[in-house]
Write a protein that binds this ligand. Structure first.
Ligand SMILES: Cc1ncc(COP(=O)(O)O)c(C=O)c1O
Length: 485
């Protein structure tokens, strides 16, 4: 083949390749339009969508076990395939989602992601996009400020609370323990989230480094028992270094007595970490400081904007009072980054995080705040607290239920009245029947061997009408279950 032919074939191939991955302006707009029609329709129909739909879910899942397609398909066909995949799931973005810890997914956060993904700027090092890195740093400062942290505090946006807890354990370890940390002890309550246990394991600790502390009748860690355990461990030559304080437990939203933990922490030179993944943003409510006293004094705080700021999954945060502890725990150098070493006074996030390349999470917080303003979030958070209190009052006098506690935040936890297996079975049956109505979706837990039903109100789409449906559904189904015997 002549050189000219080889060249022209290579040119037409590269032209094809270029076009294949770079839709022109018109085509891009068409693709965006198709997606935006899909999104707008999804949001419009959310209130009528069932609260979950798992019928034929496995069958539909199986249709996605497929080889990679060699050639592309039209967007409309792809969206048609995706629609049932979205439908056959828990409707986590819907108003009836009152299970586990709801998130939400405010739509404009997706616009931030669209901008971030298409521009694909690199925010891991400040030199690569100083203003964008500053936007992210600003959002971290906003969150720190909302938690009552001082201006010199800092932090990092993570993919979620689990990774924030992991980074907190590593920061505490490097701040308080020697290189050989095998005698380190972490104190946590029976109600602490499982991510802390995973975090400890990943950070090089095992079960023998964990000391479980019992809780009181309201599921809050017992400070006396904590101090006693610390003293015992010190006497045995162990190295207490970290206490996890829950600022809203996953089961019931219990808030540990953090001021007491801080006092103990000061006496024994411990790192106090506040796990506020669920509860932190309740500080935005009118009585917020009183709900979560002492949080602002913790050495570090885990927050989940994808819970209490209603953002899409994948938006977490770790705050630290003294940011140098984070940089110390991650400090390392690489010559291939020498060209981007100058940060213009703006943090380079990779220096305080295990991640180098990652998504631009800051825009996902910044844009909704710019568009909606903080007041809109405050109102939502206040409403969630009020709704939980309302639901508690409504259920408390019902003869079929026994409340575990007044809601400390926005979780209402209760059992079917009675003792033992029979009450647990009744509780499970009530939950099944309420969920089967498909208007709300509730989840359960087990506490001291009892089956516990939970209503967790945290979605920005859940309002009084839907919470009332949950409460009325529970009362009706409880009556039906008890009449059936
Ligand atoms: C108290 C608490 N901590 C940590 C986590 C883990 O957060 P994520 O699911 O964002 O990893 C959760 C999740 O529900 C939680 O409730």
């Amino acid at each position: 083949m002549s050189t000219v032919l080889v060249q022209s074939s290579a040119m037409s191939q590269s032209e094809n390749a270029r076009r294949a991955l770079e839709p022109d302006g018109e085509e891009l707009r068409r693709l965006l339009d198709a997606c935006s029609r899909f999104v707008v329709e999804h949001v419009r129909t959310l209130p009528e969508q069932p609260s979950f739909d798992m019928s034929r879910a496995a069958e539909i899942a199986a249709t996605f076990r497929e080889p990679v397609p060699e050639t592309g398909q039209p967007m409309e066909e792809i969206l048609q395939r995706l629609a049932p995949a979205f439908a056959k799931s828990f409707t986590t973005a819907g108003p009836g989602y009152l299970a586990f810890i709801p998130g939400g997914g405010i739509p404009v956060a997706a616009l931030a992601d669209l901008l971030a993904c298409v521009t694909n700027r690199f925010v891991g090092v400040a030199a690569a996009a100083p203003a964008l890195a500053q936007i992210e740093a600003t959002t971290i400062q906003w969150l720190a400020n909302l938690m009552g942290y001082p201006p010199e505090s800092g932090g990092i946006l993570t993919s979620g609370g689990s990774i924030s807890n992991l980074m907190a354990v590593v920061a505490a370890r490097s701040s308080k323990l020697p290189e050989d940390f095998q005698y380190g002890r972490i104190y946590l309550s029976e109600e602490t989230h499982l991510s802390v246990v995973k975090a400890a394991r990943i950070a090089g600790f095992s079960e023998r480094n964990l000391r479980w502390i019992p809780v009181d009748g309201r599921c809050r860690i017992l400070p006396d028992r904590l101090e006693q355990a610390i003293r015992e461990d010190k006497d045995r030559g162990l190295r207490p270094f970290l206490v996890i304080g829950n600022a809203g437990t996953t089961n019931t939203g219990a808030v540990d007595p953090i001021p007491e933990l801080l006092k103990i922490g000061r006496r024994h030179d411990l790192w106090i970490h506040g796990d506020a993944a669920y509860g932190g943003f309740f500080r935005l409510a009118r009585e917020g400081d009183a709900l979560l006293p002492g949080l602002e004094q913790c050495d570090s705080i885990t927050l989940d904007p994808h819970k209490g700021l209603f953002l899409p999954y994948g938006t977490g945060c770790l705050l630290v009072r003294e940011p140098e502890h984070l940089s110390k725990s991650m400090a390392t150098r690489a010559s291939y980054l020498q060209d981007v070493a100058e940060g213009h006074g703006i943090p380079s996030f990779h220096e305080i995080s295990p991640e180098l390349s990652r998504d631009f999470r800051g825009l996902r917080i910044w844009l909704p705040m710019q568009l909606h303003g903080l007041a809109a979030f405050r109102e939502q958070i206040q409403e969630k607290l009020d709704l939980a209190r309302w639901a508690y009052q409504e259920l408390k006098d019902d003869p079929h239920f026994e409340m575990l506690d007044e809601p400390q935040l926005s979780i209402v936890a209760f059992t079917a009245k009675g003792e033992g297996e029979a009450a647990s079975a009744r509780g499970a049956e009530i939950l099944r029947r309420v969920n089967e109505r498909r208007r709300v979706f509730l989840s359960s837990t087990k506490m001291q061997g009892r089956y516990v039903l939970r209503i967790c109100i945290l979605s920005f789409r859940s309002h009084l009408d839907r919470v009332r449906e949950a409460v009325e559904g529970l009362k009706q189904e409880a009556r039906a279950v008890s009449e059936r015997g």
